[in-house]
Design a protein around this ligand. Structure first.
Ligand code: CAA
Length: 388
């Protein structure tokens, strides 16, 4: 990271986030990984540090920092614990549909509590049979008088068990495909709303990933985002364009955290009469890891800045940074385990957790196969429109 290329405000977020990461997250990361429970003490520390609403506009109680500052904070959190990084970032994923598509009244109703950390929010897009093909969802929302009645089941709902609000996407007009999908904010005590199975996961174990059951779930009609039906799929895609850099930042943080530990370990570990970091073979591995991380980081920052600058068609850059940074995280964390040798394979050292936490970044918020599809489609569209 080149601090001089960042604004004073960017640097201030990094310092505040780093303090929470080092003083609060790192000491308890292993405990919550084993217990697979939600770290409320961490959530309190994030609130106290004033970081709960970094990406939320100031007029709704946030810091107005946008995607870039969100990424900087997620990166620092994930350097200490990947699970705690995504536990934070998922609130941006859940609230972007309100920021992008909500009415003024809806923004005023929900965003201040999210910005203050009083309420957590999750994002209900995926279903058992609608993962990559998000438009193939079957959860149905029907208008009945002043209410929507929702029936269906959501899958892979990150943070859903601890969130007070859930942005649920459902079919309101069954014959219209993606244009028949709407976003509806559902509060956790809505009748017919139930948190189901908790997944037992390989990584990011401190953040609950759950199924959400909606059985004749009734919500006020004015919880429909934007006030008119059929805009949900677009809002979900626009949200992912802004949230994928956050996953990429999580990946950069994980990779950097693993490299930090690998540098420390290889400096201390002695074999054949010297630190193993004195061997050229190890130095070349460290050099590759550092170079890959810096390249990924710069692509993440470019995508985040492009989103904040209101650049058109950010889908391509957003997908590119997610694809690259998460592949780098998997490679770097695997190499870091290698550098620890046998000690990397056991839980006496924190390094194996980095590799487990990294894996999901290649999968969620769109698999890296889907990212390639988004990138290629954008490139082909650009070529067709430029007449080349
Ligand atoms: N911005 C705005 N609109 C967009 C858009 C974008 N980025 N991408 C697509 N659209 C619009 C299209 O213009 C089109 O609109 P019209 O009907 O008006 O023309 C409509 O959406 C449908 O678009 P496509 O035909 O391109 O849709 P598709 O069915 O081919 O799907 C896809 C495209 C890219 C594959 C999409 O389904 C996708 O991103 N899939 C992956 C889903 C995903 O990332 N899921 C992760 C969920 S979150 C999670 O992981 C859990 C968690 O909690 C962390």
């Amino acid at each position: 990271m080149v601090k001089e290329l960042l604004t004073p405000k960017n640097q201030e977020y990094i310092e505040r986030a780093r303090a929470v990461a080092e003083n609060v997250m790192r000491p308890v990361a292993a405990k919550y990984d084993v217990e697979q429970t939600y770290p409320w003490e961490v959530q309190r520390a994030i609130r106290e540090a004033g970081l709960s609403g970094v990406w939320i506009p100031e007029e709704y109680g946030g810091e107005g920092g946008g995607v870039m500052d969100l990424c900087l904070v997620v990166e620092q959190f994930s350097r200490a614990c990947g699970g705690m990084g995504v536990g934070y970032a998922v609130n941006a994923l859940g609230s972007f549909p309100i920021i992008l598509g909500g009415t003024e009244d809806q923004k005023k109703r929900w965003l201040p509590d999210i910005a203050s950390g009083e309420k957590l929010i999750s994002f209900g897009l995926s279903e058992k049979d609608a993962g990559s093909d998000a438009g193939g969802m079957t959860t149905r929302a029907e208008r009945q008088g002043d209410e929507y009645v929702i029936n269906g089941e959501k899958k892979w709902n990150t943070g859903g068990a601890v969130a007070s609000l859930n942005t649920i996407f459902a079919v309101t007009e069954p014959d219209r495909g993606a244009r028949g999908i709407s976003g509806i904010v559902v509060e956790k005590d809505a009748p017919g709303y139930r948190v189901g199975k908790h997944e037992d996961k390989m990584g990011i174990r401190c953040v609950p990933v759950v199924e959400i059951h909606l059985d004749e779930c009734r919500v006020p009609a004015d919880n429909l985002l934007g006030g008119s039906e059929g805009r949900g799929f677009k809002h979900a895609m626009m949200t992912l364009d802004r949230a994928r850099p956050g996953v990429a930042a999580q990946a950069v943080g994980l990779a950097q955290g693993a490299l930090d530990l690998a540098i420390e370990y290889t400096g201390k570990r002695k074999q054949f009469g010297q630190s193993i970091s004195a061997f050229q073979g190890i130095q070349w591995m460290l050099a590759d890891m550092g170079t890959q991380i810096e390249a990924a980081r710069q692509l993440v920052y470019t995508a985040a800045r492009a989103a904040d600058a209101g650049a058109k068609n950010i889908s391509k850059l957003s997908a590119m940074c997610k694809l690259m940074a998460t592949d780098v995280a998997m490679k770097v964390t695997t190499d870091a385990v290698q550098l620890f040798g046998g000690y990397g394979f056991v839980k006496d050292y924190p390094i194996e957790k980095y590799m487990r936490d990294a894996k999901i970044t290649q999968i969620y918020e769109g698999t890296n196969q889907i990212q390639r599809l988004v990138i290629a489609r954008s490139m082909l569209r650009e070529a067709a429109s430029s007449g080349d």
